[in-house]
Design a protein around this ligand. Structure first.
Ligand code: CTP
Length: 395
């Protein structure tokens, strides 16, 4: 039975959390409730205790049974943290990492997926501080159940009304399902650029930051997969719980990927692999001479193509970073390399691509094409794995 930790914050919509709790129980979910002090002014803790049949967690300094540290044990037990309703105050604390009560502390301590259902006055919801906090949370993978529009408790008309109970419950159930969508799966993800040395101080490389691959690896891990991340040089921190194989050149990446792919059911090639390398690496620094200089280049192995050629049942995800004729080139690459899902993105577009933490893409597969608007790379990674789950469920 999955465990949902239901966070309830101080807002008039708090009473709806009782219905959310009951609906989740009807779907065989065990619900534990964490309330903020403010929430207890709207609904008594006794109500949630009686409904959930578990103690309600309010005071982060309360001692748990047998000296248990509650915010850690509750955080560890959660398959999902669902905060409904989520006030502007709590969202602000989540975004900025402030941990001054049981719920905000638990938010930092849990590795479970988090869903928030904001509820507040329309002007508060449109305040730049709230907009920025929500954007920050989304970019880090927090799911936001958008509030509805209508008459608000304060008398204003506009957006900010807590989403309807069935919508919240459906989102929670979908998040629980996603959490297990790669359970038992071995996944290899590549990320970053490759670096092809010319001599001991010079090299050929590209502008890939590695972010897309890192986000893909993190989301796969969060969904239960055993993940190997084969990464070219990047400035990013190694994701926890992921085996990182650091490589430099396309040749090294090819060797590592082909080795690790033997045990993998899915390979996602997000790396920007150099198509050429210098024919030879000079042993010492090349000295300048009068006149021009020519560099002899040879092709590197096409890793994705060799995986496609020996594919069997392995699911392949490829990336096509283009600056022109996006769809045409991506479709061609998908069939040529026998890729199941091609993620096509226009790297010349403003605000997207290499240096950015955002990207827009078109997912191309045998069933069709899905256009995804500009979103954080974390959200894009979620959407890519969602599509993988759909395609693998209905081959
Ligand atoms: N790829 C690879 N091995 C290479 C080159 C690319 O595995 N030597 C993978 C990339 O990781 C990506 C996809 O292939 O998933 C990109 O396809 P590709 O046709 O190689 O794209 P470009 O290198 O951008 O090709 P072109 O310059 O022809 O557009």
């Amino acid at each position: 039975m999955p465990t949902v930790v239901l966070g309830v914050t101080g807002c008039i919509g708090a009473y709806k959390a009782c219905e959310v709790l009951r609906e989740l129980q009807r779907r065989d979910v065990d619900v534990h409730v964490v309330m903020t002090e403010h929430a207890t002014r709207f609904v008594g803790a006794m109500t949630f205790e009686a409904l959930s049949r578990h103690p309600v967690f309010i005071d982060q300094f309360a001692l748990g049974a047998d000296g248990d540290i509650r915010h850690i044990s509750v955080a560890d037990a959660a398959d999902l943290l669902l905060v409904a309703p989520a006030t502007a105050n709590t969202l602000g604390k989540f975004a900025r990492g402030i941990a001054d009560d049981a719920l905000s502390t638990l938010f930092l301590a849990t590795t479970a997926p988090v869903l928030v259902a904001p509820a507040m006055n329309v002007n508060m919801f449109r305040h730049p501080a709230v907009i920025e906090n929500l954007e920050m949370l989304r970019a880090r993978g927090v799911g936001v159940i958008e509030p509805g529009t209508g008459y608000l408790a304060c008398g204003w008309l506009g957006e900010g009304r807590l989403a309807e109970v069935p919508e919240i419950v459906d989102a929670a159930m979908a998040a629980l399902q996603r959490r297990r969508s790669l359970e038992g799966e071995s996944v290899v993800v590549t990320a970053g650029p490759t670096v092809e040395d010319i001599d001991p101080v010079r090299f050929i490389s590209n502008r890939s930051s590695g972010r897309m691959g890192y986000r893909l690896a993190e989301v796969a891990r969060d969904r239960g997969a055993k993940v190997v991340l084969v990464a070219g040089p990047t400035a990013l921190a190694a994701p926890r719980g992921v085996e990182v194989v650091a490589v430099r050149s396309a040749d090294e990446m090819a060797k590592a990927v082909l080795d690790k792919a033997a045990a993998a059911g899915i390979v996602a090639m997000a790396a920007a692999v150099s198509d050429y390398r210098p024919a030879e690496k000079a042993a010492s620094k090349v000295k300048k001479q009068d006149g021009g200089q020519k560099l002899d280049l040879v092709r590197t192995p096409d890793i994705l193509k060799s995986l496609g050629d020996s594919k069997e049942k392995r699911f392949l995800i490829g990336f096509a970073a283009e600056t022109e004729r996006l769809l045409e080139s991506a479709r061609k690459k998908r069939t040529e390399k026998r890729v199941d899902l091609m993620v096509a993105n226009d790297v010349s577009r403003n605000g997207a691509g290499f240096a950015s933490d955002k990207n827009a893409a078109v997912l191309i597969d045998a069933k069709g094409e899905t256009e995804l608007p500009l979103m954080s790379k974390r959200e894009l990674a979620e959407r890519i794995w969602d599509r993988v789950a759909e395609l693998r469920a209905r081959p």
